[in-house]
Design a protein around this ligand. Structure first.
Ligand code: PEP
Ligand code: MN
Length: 341
């Protein structure tokens, strides 16, 4: 971090500021120009509040050279992090490193028949994890809000019948006890900057699937992951699910370039959600293949056995038949990319 001081600052003030920074375990390198002093800070500056530095009256400019996150940063963990979860069937599922993980299932759990049928079909087609929302963040309070605890019970039943580990969204930390059997906890796009929730969920030590907010930058997503990791959780799955832009042709705009960007900046696995990114089921296979080609570590896809009558996100849900063909295609592409599905 570099601090440029205003011109004409007294020696005493420079000394005071230097002492203040050294108290924060930083080494201060001073460059003295004819009228301006520049201080270079060496050490862990992740905990330094840039805004607070700018507020000091002798400070002119503050320039951050290093990213403000540490635990999520690749520099501090050069190897890829891989998430490993064992299913009730004894098989371990991996996402990250060589492994390309496939998470599939309906947007929402609707009934026993629906979730069991979808779970069995996606498992047969090759999905590694079953997704299903029990608590749904809907834009309208009058839309279907999810089956809540009953939805989680049905998901657990699907887990017992198929052995597949579960991914489900938690909206409120008070729901945590009910998520005991959920293997990967999803924090949705709308909660990406719910810092109270991020801090609490970081203490639960389960893998967290963190979705990028509708209008959040790559750095903000990594900072949100850092919040979770600061609580103690080591594995966060970063999910690009499309961002808001000016074009309404698709529900969101899939920022496929976020995949290599996140992989460069972080060791955490990066997955893509082609369903929420496009909102259009016919585009989902193309975007899922793009995710693999871009270097993503997996996908999370909405699959419904009766999309026309789905209680949530039917338009973007692919059928089990389309899903099966997609997984076959991905398996072929995975060989070219030296990835394992
Ligand atoms: C979902 O996965 O069903 C969902 C609501 O996703 P997002 O938070 O990305 O909108
Ligand atoms: Mn959905």
């Amino acid at each position: 971090m570099i601090i440029a001081l205003k011109t004409g600052i007294s020696e005493e003030t420079v000394q005071q500021l230097t002492a203040y920074l050294e108290q924060k375990n930083l080494t201060v390198h001073r460059s003295q120009g004819t009228s301006q002093t520049v201080l270079g800070l060496v050490g862990d500056t992740t905990r330094i509040d840039e805004e607070a530095l700018r507020a000091i009256s002798c400070v002119d400019k503050v320039l951050r050279v290093q990213e403000p996150y540490k635990k999520a940063h690749r520099a501090f963990h050069p190897d890829d992090t891989c998430i490993e979860v064992q299913g009730l069937d004894g098989y371990t599922r991996q996402i990250g490193g060589q492994y390309f993980g496939i998470i599939a299932g309906p947007c929402s759990v609707e009934s026993e028949e629906q979730i069991i049928a979808i779970a069995k079909s996606v498992q047969k087609a090759g999905a590694h994890f079953l997704r299903g929302g029990a608590f749904k963040p809907r834009s309208s309070p009058y839309s279907f809000q999810g089956l809540g605890i009953d939805g989680l019970k049905l998901l657990i039943q699907a887990k017992q019948e198929t052995g597949m580990p579960l991914v489900s969204e938690l909206m409120d930390i008070q729901q945590l006890d009910s998520f005991e059997s959920v293997d990967v906890i999803q924090i949705g796009a709308r909660n990406m900057q719910n810092f109270t929730l991020l801090k609490e969920i970081g203490k639960c030590h389960k893998p967290i699937l963190l979705k990028r907010g509708l209008a959040n930058t790559i750095t903000e997503l990594l900072m949100a992951a850092e919040y979770i990791m600061a609580g103690g959780t080591e594995t966060v799955l970063l999910c690009e699910r499309g961002i808001r832009s000016f074009d309404s042709y698709t529900r969101n705009v899939l920022d496929i370039s976020a995949v290599p960007a996140l992989k460069k900046q972080s060791h955490l696995p990066v997955i893509v959600d082609p369903s929420h990114a496009t909102g259009l089921s016919w585009m989902v296979p193309a975007m899922a293949k793009a995710a693999l080609a871009a270097g993503a570590d997996g996908i999370i896809v909405e699959v419904h056995n009766d999309p026309e009558h789905a209680l949530c996100d039917g338009e973007q849900s692919i059928t089990p038949t389309v899903f099966r063909t997609l997984v076959e295609k991905l398996r072929n592409y995975a060989i070219l990319e030296s990835r394992i599905i």
